[in-house]
Design a protein around this ligand. Structure first.
Ligand SMILES: [Zn+2]
Length: 257
């Protein structure tokens, strides 16, 4: 049983370039395939831990999220399950990401904060929703506009010079090493929180883990919040919204035999 709200959200998010009257229009002048190819290049360079025993857990939870998310993918943004790649990244900072084109990375340093299937489903549900909504393309477009001005954008998306790499990486939420970390906008975060909560519930995980994760993590920030929290502020609004969507998410959990 799909709620009208989710349907409306999916329309607003996935089809906002073509659906009139939603009020949410997306700046997007980089193609999904272009972003996917850039993401693949960055993913290939990352130092991975293929022997980490938790890789199987990331893959299992990730694939179950991808399976339900693909049912909402009217624009064909998410690759089929067998094309997704998963990695445990050899990086002690707590961060995790899903990239356009089907790349999911989970840093070694994220496990102390998220180790159960439910916790991992919170993060991957949210991140896969960002990919479904093409938020990276939108952020890259915004970043290039800010950095270079509209005139240079066309050239910048073609040659991907060192100068424009910053904007691309910030688009993936991975910009700290390039000195540019943009928080995801409130609208992106709300879309991804909402869809992510529904996805994890449909995939059979406990959605209550979502507000619990963000509350727990808000306390872990300290003076220099880690990258994931710089781009994903764990604030009261996020937790309040998640709690408000909880009944809707729980109603979509698979029926127990
Ligand atoms: Zn996010």
């Amino acid at each position: 049983m799909r709620s009208f709200l989710l349907f409306a959200l999916a329309l607003a998010c996935v089809g906002c370039e073509t659906v009139p009257g939603t009020g949410r229009s997306q700046i997007n002048f980089v193609s999904n395939s272009e972003v996917a190819s850039m993401a693949a290049g960055e993913f290939a360079k990352m130092k991975k831990v293929p022997t980490d025993p938790r890789l199987a857990q990331i893959r299992r939870v990730g694939l179950s999220i991808v399976a339900v998310a693909r049912k909402e993918d009217k624009n064909g943004v998410l690759p089929p399950a067998n094309q997704w790649q998963f990695a445990v990244i050899d990086d002690k900072s707590p961060n995790a990401f899903a990239m356009p084109g089907g790349k999911i990375g989970f840093n070694v340093g994220m496990f102390p904060y998220a180790s159960t299937d439910d916790d991992i489903a919170v993060i991957l549900g949210h991140e896969v929703a960002h990919v479904l909504c093409q938020h990276s393309s939108e952020r890259i477009s915004q970043g290039l506009l800010v950095q270079l001005g509209a005139v240079a954008v066309d050239e910048a998306t073609k040659n991907k010079s060192a100068q424009t790499r910053q904007a691309w990486m910030a688009g993936f939420g991975l910009g700290s090493q390039f000195g540019l970390l943009l928080p995801f906008s409130r609208s992106h975060e709300s879309e991804s929180d909402h869809l992510g909560l529904i996805f994890m519930a449909r995939a059979g995980y406990n959605p209550e883990a979502a507000p619990a994760f963000w509350q727990r993590f808000a306390k872990a920030g300290g003076t220099k919040p880690p990258e994931f929290f710089s781009t994903h502020p764990a604030d009261d609004t996020r937790v309040r919204q998640l709690q408000a969507w909880m009944p809707e998410a729980k109603a979509q959990a698979p029926k127990k035999p």
